[in-house]
Structures are given as C-alpha cells and as structure tokens.
Design a binder for this molecule. Structure first.
Ligand code: NAP
Length: 490
C-alpha cells in the first residue's frame, strides 16, 4: 500500500514538473544540528549589513554551512528553522512516497516549526536558505514565510543542491511574502568557500552599514562640527565637550561656553556627578533642546543591578525630556541586563541610542549576540600614544562609531603629548595648536572626539579644526607615535 502511494506521488510530481529534480542528496538523510556557532571568524569582515537575519532550514548542514558563511560576512544573526517533527532519513528518501515527497507534491502542506524568531521586527535584511527538494523550497519555508510580517524587509533566498539551480524555487515563494522586497536568489554547492559567499553578498549591494568613519569634514566650519549618522538613525556631532571632573558652576559655565561657541554634543556620566548641572546649563542656554546631543552613562555595581532605577535617575537629573545616548560605562556583572533595560527605554522613546564604553574586541561579539540593538557607539581611551589601531577598524566594520575619551591624553596627562616634537612641528606648519592637530588627526582617522575643558579659549580652539587638513605623511607621522601607553586603568 505504501509502495503504491509512492508510485502515485511520483506520477503526480511528474505531472507537476517536479520529477526531474530530486531531493538534494547533500541535504538528505538526517537532521542538521543547530548551527548557531557561526559567530565571527574573519577579520575584518567584508560586508557588514545592518540588522541581518540568516534564517535557514538544513538537514545535513550543507545549507547551514553556507548560512554560517553569510553570518560571518554580514555579522548577521543565525536562526535555524527547526521542524516540530524532525525529518528522518526515511522521510527524506527520493521517490518513495515518503513524508518529504508528499509535502512537496502538496502546495498547501505547512510543516510546523519548533520555536520562532525573537524580535523579527528589528531585521531589515533576511537571507533565507534551504535545500532544493524536487526543484522547490521545502514546504517548511512556506510555513516560515507565512509566520511573519515582512513589510519593509528585503529577503535574499539562497539554496544548496548538487545539480539543480535555484530555478523557480525562489520566485515561487514571493507570493507568500508579497510585502517584502525580494532579491534574486542563488544556488550554492557544498564546499562553497567563504570568499565566494562574501563576493556574492558584496555584489548584491544590500543595505550596507553606513561608513561610520568617513566624515564629511569639508562640510564642517569652525564652531560648527559635521555629524555622523549612527546605526540608530540619529545624527551626532563629531566634536563634543567632555565634562569629566567638571563640577558645579565650573561645569555649568563650561557647558554654556561650549553651546554658545557652537558645540552641540555634551558627554557626561552618572559617575561624574554633574548631570544636574549639565541639564541646567542646557535649559539655560537658549539653544533648542533638539539641536543638542547628550551622552550619559550608567556604572557597574549597584546601577547595573538595578538598571531601571539608574536610568530613571539620569533622566530625572538631566531633566531634558529624553537622553540622546546612554552608554554602559564599563563591562561588568549584569551588563547585558543593564543594556536590555536601556533597550526598553529606547522603545518608550526616553532614550534614543545606546552605546558602550571601555569595550574591546574580546568582548564585543559575545555581547552583541546577547542584545537586540547593536551599539551605536563605543567610547574608549584613544590618543596618539594609545591609538587602538586594531580596535578602531574592527568596531567600524561592525558599523559602530568610535569616540575617543582622553583625546588629548587625559586631564593631568596632556603635557607630554601637547609638547611632543612631531606634533608641535606639524602644528607650527599649519599655524595651529598641538591640541588642534591631535583632534584633527582623530577626525581624519574616523574617530570622533570629546575633549574636556573648562577654559573658554580652549573650548573654542577645540572646535576650530575645520579650516586645515593634515597630509597623509603628517597622519603617518602621528600614527608612528603609537606607544601602546594607556593613561588610565580601564
Ligand atoms: P582630555 O580631553 O584628553 O584632556 C583634557 C585636558 O586637556 C584638560 O586638562 C584641559 O584643560 C586640557 N585641554 C583641553 N583643551 C585644550 C587645549 N586646546 N589646549 C591645551 N589644553 C587643553 O581628557 P578628559 O577631559 O579627561 O577626557 C575627555 C572626556 O572623555 C572627559 O571629559 C569625559 O567626558 C570622557 N571620559 C570618558 C571616560 C570613560 O571611561 N568613558 C573616561 C575618561 C574620560 P583645560 O580645562 O584647562 O582646558
């Protein structure tokens, strides 16, 4: 009886035009394991793409391996489509009238999926992978497509098979997610290299991460810094005022001086104990709130343990309606919990962007895999004696803006840098100060700056860096000053 059913199904498939294509043997026989270990292996990645999901169905991990290559290239998140009832080797056998044969012959078959994508709304680009079964995508892909709203999303199908191409298997899926923008799919054979996959992705010209290191410096004027577009969709000035150690009236006056001289970015932190003064100065300045970008930070320990309370405290002390960006001041116990709490405030519109401080390559990939919103910015110690020559391009490749704290070497540590012979010589040739040359060097290498000052003349000087340019050889000469000399412990 079972044999007879098989014969009938083969005839039906022949009529439907499926008989020439078989279930790809490379995907046949046993379920694949969960391949979420894709992670990040290549450095630097070729084509980081904003908010990418790689959803794939794989029985022998052939499709899973391609999915991992895509994840490595795009820095996207892997999601394996796992059937509620796993396919056995018997289920998958060719032309036996087994389960897969039956499903492929029945366009209404919808095998159930175990689990689902957490937070589908945050993905813009979805790579959708499957093995070719009888010339078509397995019906579980139809189940997947009918489970979500793909409005505004781009779907890029890919398949694996030894012989058949992607054929109509991708276009036949379009009607299941008509609101998505579909990109022509591609077939891969097993053993396809990472480079081949990366080249394909590059050729698609998808929504690549904006280059967060190439500022339009020519649009800047002294007293009016250009902005960088954050991955959160907000623009942030590339020069701001740092307020570490500025207290009370000194702090208020420094902020007022900066705002009146054209600054539109102020950096503070719970730990600096001056959020209240900064809020007062902003309200007093007469500059419209929406023109000003304020960064603050919460600290490990008590604040990370009770993040909602800490975040609300910053909102209350600043009292400027919303916070443009909140950072975790350092890695530490409960940092993921604290970040997820900030995400909730983002959802409520009380915070606009999220970032990190004192985060390095060792921690970032693991951290990003545990949160929903990719950090928009990382604020680290960076200056000519401590340049982070590896960290900076790595974070940029993730679409994360790098911001230098201690851009001039740090309060109490500036004298050696500001009198460095290489820097003072360059400064002299441009008729600029050593501080201006250092700040311009940061910007030309794609790092944004928040020099701290309570001196109105210095504040003005530090935003008057848009009327000269360092040559390549001057940039190289400053790069050669690297000493890997950290001026603070974190
Ligand atoms: P900095 O900006 O490297 O240096 C500030 C020092 O440089 C001050 O002593 C300042 O003195 C002096 N200065 C500023 N402009 C000058 C100029 N044009 N000519 C000569 N001297 C000048 O160090 P920072 O303020 O300590 O760091 C910058 C900001 O980064 C901080 O304010 C804070 O917002 C942030 N930060 C963050 C972290 C973190 O962990 N995330 C850590 C440290 C700092 P005057 O006041 O006399 O101008």
């Amino acid at each position: 009886m079972k044999k007879l059913l098989g014969v009938v199904i083969v005839i039906i498939m022949a009529v439907l035009g499926f008989a020439a294509c078989g279930i790809d043997p490379s995907e046949n026989g046993g379920m694949g394991n969960n391949s979420s270990s894709g992670g990040v292996t290549n450095y630097p990645p070729a084509t980081a793409i904003n908010n990418t999901l790689i959803a794939y169905f794989s029985c022998t991990n052939t499709t899973g391996t391609i999915a991992q290559h895509i994840a490595t290239t795009t820095k996207g998140r892997l999601y394996e489509i796992v059937p509620e009832t796993p396919y056995t080797a018997e289920d998958l056998r060719y032309y036996t009238g087994g389960r897969a044969d039956q499903e492929q012959a029945d366009p209404t078959a919808r095998p159930q999926i175990n689990g689902g994508v957490d937070g589908m709304e945050k993905y813009d680009v979805i790579f959708l992978g499957y093995p070719i079964w009888h010339g078509q995508a397995p019906r579980i892909i139809s189940t997947f497509l009918e489970s979500y709203d793909f409005l505004g999303k781009t779907i890029v199908p890919f398949c694996t098979s030894h012989s058949s191409g992607i054929g109509s298997s991708d276009t036949n899926l379009h009607s299941l997610a008509p609101s998505a923008e579909w990109v022509s799919g591609r077939r891969f054979s097993s053993g396809t290299s990472q480079q081949t996959v990366a080249d394909w992705i590059d050729s698609l010209d998808l929504n690549k991460s904006a280059d967060v290191s190439d500022f339009d410096l020519k649009s800047g004027k002294n007293g009016s810094a250009p902005t960088v577009m954050l991955n959160s969709g907000y623009e942030m000035p590339i020069v701001g005022l740092g307020t570490y150690s500025l207290q009370g009236d000194t702090c208020r006056q420094s902020v007022l001086s900066a705002l009146s001289q054209g600054y539109r970015l102020i950096d503070t932190a719970h730990m600096y104990g001056n959020e209240r003064e900064i809020g007062e100065a902003i309200r007093q300045s007469g500059v419209p709130r929406e023109e000003i970008f304020v960064i603050t930070k919460i600290y490990p320990g008590e604040q990370f343990a009770n993040p909602e309370k800490a975040i609300q405290e910053s909102l209350d002390k600043l009292d400027i309606g919303y916070i443009d960006m909140m950072l975790l001041h350092h890695p530490g116990a409960n940092d993921v919990k604290a970040y997820l709490a900030i995400e909730k405030f983002v959802a409520q519109g009380k915070i606009r962007s999220i970032g990190l401080s004192n985060w390095y390559i060792e921690e970032i990939d693991d951290f990003i895999s545990k949160v929903n919103i990719t950090p928009a910015l990382i604020q680290n110690e960076i200056h000519p004696y401590y340049q982070e020559q590896t960290v900076v391009p790595y974070m940029h490749s993730l679409g994360i803006v790098m911001q230098a704290w201690y851009p001039l070497g740090g309060r109490g540590h500036t004298s050696a840098l500001l009198s460095d012979n290489t820097i003072t010589q360059i400064a002299k040739s441009h008729n600029k100060s050593a501080a201006q040359v250092i700040l311009r060097w940061h910007l030309q290498r794609g790092v944004v700056v928040i020099p701290g000052s309570s001196n109105p003349a210095h504040i003005l000087e530090n935003i008057s860096i848009f009327d000269f340019e360092l040559s390549d050889s001057e940039m190289d000469a400053i790069a050669a000053l690297e000493r890997n000399e950290k001026h603070d412990w974190y």
